[in-house]
Ligand binder design. Structure first.
Ligand code: XIL
Length: 436
């Protein structure tokens, strides 16, 4: 008798593989001093596709004395990630916390200059190796003000956040740049709205922000709430990616972990989830047992719930679902729609040894665009590793780039931009553009 095994088409057996099937990463915070613990690295290497240095990229670690940069704590984490095919979230460049002593005592112009130098130096050191940077961490106040937190950085002027983002973009145009905070999960909280308004303002004024990180340290004082999905989707609608960056949940209830995963999968621009440690014994809040693995390394019920949610989830929509009836307010065109205006594409390349970033500008002709496709032939040896503000097909050879939801409509003579990062050498690129 033949036995028939029915395996669901999508059923990864690790967090990273299952998240990847949904176009997401699954990450964890990593402490450098645990990389010698084989029980720890066994789980790390098996389950995770993204790592964040728990403390080793913070300001006190990377610039312990002013002007003396030290990467000896963070580099082992980055190297471990690279040799095991994992990506890296950079955490964090400008923060009131974990400042070295020399910075804690600084104010005003001297501090602003030192902060921008720190951003530039550290981002340059890791250029091409970071998926996304938490450029600024925890700049908003708790409570009902919805305003900024007081700090020496804030006292240098309200524009310190955008200045940090501009410096980071200049140093590594290929990294996504995130604002990261906690207590911003509940859509009704003033702090959430304060950050939302800042991001909206940044997008309106062209400040280079690509993503918002939600730490999502859930506990009895800051519990998971069902409007979390609304929070994620509302930020995403501003034209930024969203990432769950430091997830832990007091007591690790399986249902709550499942809901968080389902919420991320429900938002196309939710790139992935990072838990803040592997085993409960690795947690900064170990007494809350908030993680997915017991201290002995065994999987907790929350692990099973997360894996199941990743496997049952839907893939992010790449095209809007077809409507069954035409929208009533949309009259049929009396003439076939004319070919939309042609477009041109130009490219600016920032090349370094072994890699480059290409920023592509799409400009509409004499008619507005309702969607565009750019074709770029890459020379052999060039492979796209990361891209923003366009969907792509192909990583090598002939690559095709189409608009995403928010940048398809370009007025006559107007422009929009997308970009990508690649390994190899760009040579001279000749993009062509067509209307869709
Ligand atoms: C925590 C680390 O987990 C601890 O080891 C360290 O003692 C303090 O910082 N928000 C953040 C993280 O952005 O950097 C913090 O990490 C947790 C809260």
């Amino acid at each position: 008798m033949a036995m028939v095994l029915v395996t669901p088409a999508s059923a990864g057996t690790t967090l990273g593989a299952s998240a990847a099937e949904k176009g997401r990463y699954f990450g964890t915070a990593v402490a450098a001093n645990k990389l010698s613990d084989s029980a720890y690295t066994t789980i790390l290497n098996r389950e995770f596709t993204m790592v964040t240095a728990e403390n080793e990229m913070k300001i006190d670690a990377t610039e312990p004395q002013q002007g003396q940069f030290r990467y000896s704590q963070a580099d082992p984490i980055v190297n471990h990630a690279r040799t095991h095919g994992m990506q890296v979230r950079g955490h964090t460049l400008a923060w009131h916390g974990q400042q070295p002593g020399w910075m804690q005592g600084m104010e005003g112009t001297a501090l602003r200059t030192a902060m921008l130098n720190h951003v530039t130096q550290v981002v340059t050191h890791y250029r091409g190796q970071i998926y996304s940077w938490d450029v600024v961490n925890e700049a908003f106040a708790d409570g009902n003000s919805g305003g900024r937190r007081d700090s020496n950085l804030q006292r240098t002027g309200n524009d310190w956040i955008e200045a940090a983002f501009r410096a980071a973009r200049a140093a590594d145009p290929g990294a996504k740049l995130c604002y990261n905070d906690y207590n911003t999960d509940n859509w009704t909280w003033a702090k959430t709205q304060g950050v939302y308004n800042m991001v909206r303002d940044f997008k309106a004024r062209g400040v280079p922000i690509d993503c918002v990180g939600f730490q999502s340290h859930f506990n009895n004082d800051s519990p998971y709430v069902s409007n979390y999905r609304t929070t994620l989707s509302s930020f995403a609608a501003l034209g930024v990616d969203v990432q769950i960056t430091e997830l832990d949940i007091q007591g690790a209830p399986a249902n709550t972990y499942r809901s968080v995963v389902e919420d991320c999968l429900a938002v196309a621009r939710c790139n992935g989830i990072t838990v803040w440690g592997i085993r409960d014994s690795d947690s900064w809040r170990a007494s809350q047992t908030p993680l997915l693995f017991n201290s002995n390394g065994s999987k907790k019920p929350a692990y099973d719930a997360v894996l199941a949610a990743l496997n049952n989830g839907t893939t992010p929509p790449t095209t809007p679902p077809p409507t069954t009836t035409p929208p009533p307010t949309d009259p049929p065109p009396t003439t076939p729609p004319p070919g939309t205006g042609a477009c041109t594409a130009t490219v600016t390349v920032n090349q370094w040894t072994g890699g480059f970033v290409a920023n592509v500008r799409v400009t509409a002709g004499s008619s507005a665009l309702n969607g565009w496709t750019v074709t770029i032939a890459l020379p052999s040896g060039a492979t796209v590793t990361n891209a923003w503000s366009a969907d792509r097909s192909g990583n090598t050879g002939t690559t095709n780039w189409t608009n995403v939801a928010y940048n398809g409509q370009v007025g006559a003579g107007q422009s929009t931009e997308f970009g990508f990062q690649a390994n190899g050498t760009a040579g001279s690129l000749s993009p062509t553009c067509a209307a869709r």
